[in-house]
Write a protein that binds this ligand. Structure first.
Ligand code: C2E
Ligand code: CA
Ligand code: CA
Ligand code: CA
Length: 281
């Protein structure tokens, strides 16, 4: 029995070793990808639930690996954050997204010009000069601040870091929209919603998933929508996968949504086509 335990321990150690080697490999491959610019962005429409027209697009990063193909962000964002590579990668994402939205805005009539919504990680936000970087990127792309929304997860705000709130206030004053991403999953106190510079709540997909089957879940989403109305915030429901979700959310007065029902994330040219002719169903 003692021998068996020892074997198990050895297996465990060798497993740990493999995991560490894999992470190191991932990290160095990612480092290379950042230097070579091996990323691409896809854009998922954020849709007005009454008119079914896109008001904006969320920019979602993918790693275009030379031999392994296109890699989804859940495979590398965590390592990018730990290693600090999220900072140069995030800068690229912001510039690329603004460049693309600038092109769309030049082509489209004013009433249909979309904004672009960019995910920003904690690490990026804590960088010295982040606000100046955003300002410079807007200038360089030649788009107004109203063309940009920043998505920040609730957990970023839990530390109650006053510097972060001050930076967000500056960006909001400029006209950049501030969204709380994955709203409802961070277990934070709701009191911050009242005093803080926030424009949009994005209700996490997990809440939308169970809406159809569970009256409780439905009530919870209804509660978030009405809370947002009271506080004068806009709401985006994530993960709308079918007509029932859409119908229920529209009935609750949820103004905006995104999800596979409308469209998966698209390449820039497909996104532009979608803007011109929404819902190719
Ligand atoms: P997120 O910000 O919550 O993004 C929404 C995710 O849900 C996206 O996955 C999107 O493709 C997926 N999605 C959208 N509609 C549906 C639907 O109807 N059903 C289902 N099952 N999924 C849907 P994706 O593109 O794999 O991104 C995963 C996460 O990676 C994002 O979650 C975000 O947290 C992170 N991420 C993506 N791009 C960036 C980036 O540029 N910077 C940072 N820091 N994080 C990013
Ligand atoms: Ca997001
Ligand atoms: Ca989200
Ligand atoms: Ca999410």
């Amino acid at each position: 029995a003692k021998g068996a335990g020892k074997n198990q321990w050895r297996r465990y150690q060798s497993h740990l070793h493999d995991v560490m080697v894999q992470r190191l490999e991932l990290r160095s491959a990612l480092d290379h990808a950042v230097n070579e610019g091996h990323f691409l962005l896809q854009y998922q429409p954020i849709v007005d639930l009454e008119t079914d027209e896109a008001v904006g697009f969320e920019a979602l990063v993918r790693w275009h690996h030379p031999s392994r193909g296109v890699i989804a962000p859940d495979q590398f964002i965590e390592v990018a954050e730990e290693s600090g590579l999220i900072v140069p990668m995030g800068r690229w994402v912001l510039d690329q997204a603004l460049h693309t939205v600038a092109q769309w805005r030049r082509i489209l009539p004013r009433a249909r010009q979309p904004y672009v919504s960019v995910n920003v990680s904690v690490r990026q936000f804590r960088q010295q000069g982040f606000v100046d970087q955003v300002r410079a990127s807007l200038d360089y792309a030649g788009v107004p601040p109203q063309a940009l929304m920043l998505e920040i997860t609730e957990t970023l705000l839990m530390g109650d870091d006053e510097q972060i709130w001050a930076d967000l206030a500056v960006l909001q004053d400029l006209g950049v929209r501030i969204a709380i991403d994955d709203f409802g999953t961070g277990y934070s106190s709701l009191s911050y919603l009242r005093q803080r510079p926030i424009d949009v709540l994005k209700i996490d997909k997990t809440f939308i998933d169970d809406m159809i089957g569970s009256a409780q879940q439905h009530a919870l989403v209804a509660g978030i929508v009405s809370l947002a109305q009271t506080l004068n915030l806009t709401v985006v429901a994530e993960g709308i996968e079918d007509a029932t979700h859409r119908q229920m959310l529209a009935q609750l007065g949820c103004p905006l949504g995104q999800g596979y029902y409308y469209s998966a994330p698209l390449d820039p040219t497909e996104a532009l086509a979608w803007l011109r002719a929404p819902m190719p169903l």
